[in-house]
Design a protein around this ligand. Structure first.
Ligand SMILES: Cc1cc2nc3c(=O)[nH]c(=O)nc-3n(C[C@H](O)[C@H](O)[C@H](O)COP(=O)(O)OP(=O)(O)OC[C@H]3O[C@@H](n4cnc5c(N)ncnc54)[C@H](O)[C@@H]3O)c2cc1C
Length: 582
């Protein structure tokens, strides 16, 4: 097995920038037949220096491959040139909507969205519908095509209008309906990836027989599969223990999902060996995805929405735990600040709604506040979507469900039957991130505490600790998220032009993350590790688990050419990499 000492020296070398190396690279790429654009002008580099995270890091070169062959050429050339210039590396980027800095680098960006964005086919075999697309295909375009088949991708992130399917796979993203339907990784059928040798391979779940056949092959995938299997086999207990206990997670490499149900059972011919489970969520650190095939789910048409205003935090866990008994499709949440921001900024909804609907939604918003809530904002509003078929199976009439979700001392759970009210609640929930920007125009909602999740039974205690810390730091943060998973997106409003902000971010991360971990929680529910969370993974994982992640990365990428500094071996200095404009 590879030693982490060996990788360490390489990691050190990766910290040096290589101006000459990048100059040589431009020529080497053209000589090797790279057909796409190779860009290094100031404007382009600035464009690729930021994503939706708190960071700003200028790359040295941006590549826009025209096709899979170009990706292979880029990997080959970098692999060759890194022998002379060890600071060179290749970081894939899709729509750049990531919140942790996953697509940022000080070396070479390879933009997958620009050209590898076609939807190749939708296949229907019996009741199973799958689609195959380039990783740069926009989620919204895939969704539109799937709708023709009355299907959707239930693991959709809230950013589905602005992100790609490939970026979502690489981040192992998740969203509202993940409460019932899991993460993006759970919907991946197969992937096409370019590995360290610059060749393309098909990766999919394999039976024991297929796995035995693969490891006999003398190629990169065969060798990698053999080594990953050995790693899992000799560390099965450590890996089992490392699996986060929260219902959502995108931290680390999901080694616990590679050999299922167990090594012993797999060797008897049961279950699968599945490397898609670590390419999903791998953030481009172990190879580059060039095509993907995913499964889909029928659209649920017959659903009911229940809204529960929670005025007393101590009721929150009870309502969520009760709601989970009804197998909900989602249980979403937003807080008082978000609703207040919506009421203070009616113009926010003007572009988002046709005019008649706009007035109806506003009327519903103010009526809810003034009449139903008697001019008192609830700490949280929980939105619970149930599918009526499940309720029928459970033999639960709606009146009983509403009664069980009641909270004492104020307006309680209600079935939302009026379409304008339904629209109003979803407009506020979906707009919550952008609405928080309106709370203070001189500040920016900062994504660094935005992915913590705890077991639902600890929700109230977790929240009161967080409220205490926000007060201590004198920081405002609107909150929204996935209540059913007790998964919260906090975006503290910070002024990035203030020179003390980077130190504040470092200090707050440390303290807030410790609170999540104290309650058996997770600092990385769905947005992945990126630059911001990688240095903190030791809070969630044991030393042995982190070592296994490092060994996994090394098996796929011994020369550390794929997106170094993310998921393992943090290498970016957080303070000096933080953006300086709002
Ligand atoms: C308002 C807002 C709401 C959001 N809501 C959610 C949410 O509900 N759930 C959620 O999970 N996320 C959410 N996000 C974060 C982000 O939008 C998602 O994770 C999204 O899926 C990332 O897709 P992207 O195309 O922007 O990928 P990028 O940000 O470009 O890339 C993501 C990561 O994947 C790697 N990568 C990209 N392409 C490839 C490839 N072809 N091969 C290998 N690696 C690759 C990159 O290096 C990077 O590490 C939100 C972001 C915003 C701004």
């Amino acid at each position: 097995m590879s030693s982490s000492v060996h990788t360490h020296s390489k990691v050190q070398e990766k910290t040096t920038r290589e101006p000459l190396g990048h100059l040589v690279l431009s020529h080497a790429l053209k000589d090797a037949g790279f057909k796409g654009e190779v860009l290094s002008d100031k404007k382009t580099l600035e464009l690729y220096a930021t994503d939706e995270s708190v960071f700003s890091i200028n790359p040295q070169l941006v590549l826009r491959p025209l096709d899979r062959r170009d990706v292979e050429v880029a990997v080959n050339v970098i692999a060759e040139q890194t022998k002379s210039f060890p600071g060179l590396s290749l970081t894939p980027r899709a729509a750049g909507t990531g919140l942790g800095g996953g697509s940022l680098t000080d070396s070479v960006v390879i933009d997958i969205k620009e050209h590898l964005n076609q939807i190749d086919r939708i296949s229907k075999v019996g009741s199973k519908v799958t689609f195959t697309a380039g990783p740069g295909a926009m989620w919204r375009d895939v969704e539109k095509e799937l709708k023709k088949y009355d299907r959707y991708l239930p693991c959709y992130p809230a950013s589905k209008q602005i992100c790609t399917v490939g970026g979502a796979v690489a981040n192992n993203a998740a969203g509202p309906d993940s409460l019932r339907f899991g993460h993006v990784a759970d919907w991946v059928e197969s992937l096409e990836v370019v590995l360290k040798d610059g060749k393309t391979y098909d990766v999919k779940p394999l039976s024991y027989k297929e796995f035995r056949k693969l490891i006999k092959q003398k190629n990169a995938l065969g060798e990698i599969a053999k080594q990953v299997f050995e790693l899992v086999e000799s560390n099965e207990e450590t890996i089992k223990r490392a699996k986060p206990k929260t219902s959502k997670n995108s931290a680390g490499y999901a080694l616990w999902n590679v050999v299922t149900p167990s090594v012993a059972e797999f060797k008897k011919g049961k279950g699968t060996f599945d490397l898609t489970r670590i390419f999903s969520g791998g953030q481009g650190t172990i190879g580059i995805i060039t095509s993907l095939t995913m499964r889909t789910e029928p659209i649920h048409h017959d659903t009911s929405l229940i809204a529960v205003p929670v005025f007393n935090l101590s009721n929150a866990s009870r309502v969520v735990i009760e709601a989970l008994k009804y197998n909900p499709i989602n249980v979403e949440v937003f807080d008082a600040l978000t609703y207040d921001a919506a009421m203070q900024n009616p113009q926010f909804f003007r572009d988002r709604l046709p005019s008649l609907s706009y007035y109806r939604v506003l009327l519903s918003m103010y009526t809810t506040y003034h009449v139903r809530w008697r001019r008192k904002l609830p700490e949280f509003v929980l939105l619970i979507t149930l599918d009526n078929a499940s309720l029928k199976e459970l033999k639960k009439p709606m009146t009983e469900v509403i009664e069980a979700l009641r909270v004492r001392g104020g307006p309680s759970a209600r079935l939302i039957q009026n379409p304008n009210e339904r629209e109003m609640f979803w407009q506020v929930r979906d707009g919550s991130y952008l609405l928080s920007k309106l709370l203070d125009p001189n500040k920016r909602p900062a994504a660094f505490l935005e992915d913590m999740t705890v077991p639902p039974e600890h929700m109230a205690k977790f929240f009161s600790d967080i409220k205490y810390l926000l007060k201590k730091y004198n920081v405002t943060a609107a909150v929204h998220g996935h209540g059913g998973n007790a998964h919260f997106h906090f975006y503290p409003l910070l002024d990035f032009t203030n020179r003390t902000t980077p130190a504040l971010i470092v200090k707050m991360s440390e303290e807030f993350f410790n609170v999540a971990v104290k309650y058996g929680g997770n600092i990385c529910g769905e947005h992945n590790d990126g630059i911001i969370r990688t240095p903190h993974l030791s809070k969630m994982f044991s030393k042995n688990a982190i070592k296994l992640f490092e060994e996994t990365e090394h098996i796929f990428d011994p020369d550390d050419i794929f997106n170094p500094g993310k998921k393992v071996h943090p290498r970016f200095d957080i303070k000096s990499s933080i953006r300086k404009v709002n």
